[in-house]
Design a protein around this ligand. Sequence first.
Ligand code: AMP
Length: 281
Amino acid sequence: MEILHTVEELRRWSRAMRAQAGATVGLVPTMGALHAGHASLIQAAVAKCGKVAVSIFVNPTQFGPHEDYARYPRTFDADCALAEAEGAHVVFAPNVDEMYPAGAATFVDVEGLSERLDGKSRPGHFRGVATVVTKLLIASEADRAYFGQKDAAQVAVLRRMVTDLRLATELVVCPIVREPDGLALSSRNIYLNAEERAKALTLSRAVRLVEMLVAAGERHTETLIAAARAVFADEPEVRVDYTELVNWDSLEPVDTAMPGSLFAVAAWVGTTRLIDNAVIG
Ligand code: AMP
């Protein structure tokens, strides 16, 4: 498996794969610290695309000034081993100057959506995400790009962006991979100590409860949110950021849970901010 460092190398690789092998190109954008959730995206890409690139880039513009950019886990060698084992053909690992050349002044802002859910408590986050994903899609010329439902608001922002910019890449959304006890896998789970790890289950518990209530016929947003909040009330050390039921396209709150609505939660466990969600079936 090759490791590419520049946009030019990635573009050349992608064009060669298409020209020589007639391959479709899949891209799996990540920030590294790869786990089974990322592996599931790579597997989905390998199953559908002739050639697959995994990008590993801790994107500074999507972190707020007081967030964890500096201490975000960086496990490059293990990431490459995982990507190779899952069948990826190249890893794209640019440095910050490569993605943001000196004086870079161009950003992608998906207005409205970027201020909802995580965007409310992380101003500028989705602007950073939309900008870096645009750069990755342009550089890779990917036919398909793979994202996790885990970051459901990000998916809504990127779908809007791809539609608005008339980008040629198809976005593929893969299900949330969880630990056996329900915790959604996240690169940030390594921040949790044993006590926090146990408390972190509050998020998946709230999500599961809402799913069960909907399955039992409950549709009222107020009732569903109240039930989720009650789960959090039992764990006062877990600080809720949001519990919301929204339209997954617009991220606007809805009064009634409907097929395709998104129930999403975010909460701090100690100093670690975690997210989880379910799409109403
Ligand atoms: P990240 O490295 O955290 O930026 O994540 C890269 C991609 O992996 C994003 O599309 C995430 O939504 C996806 N991802 C992260 N965690 C999971 C998970 N537990 N299950 C499925 N996909 C995930």
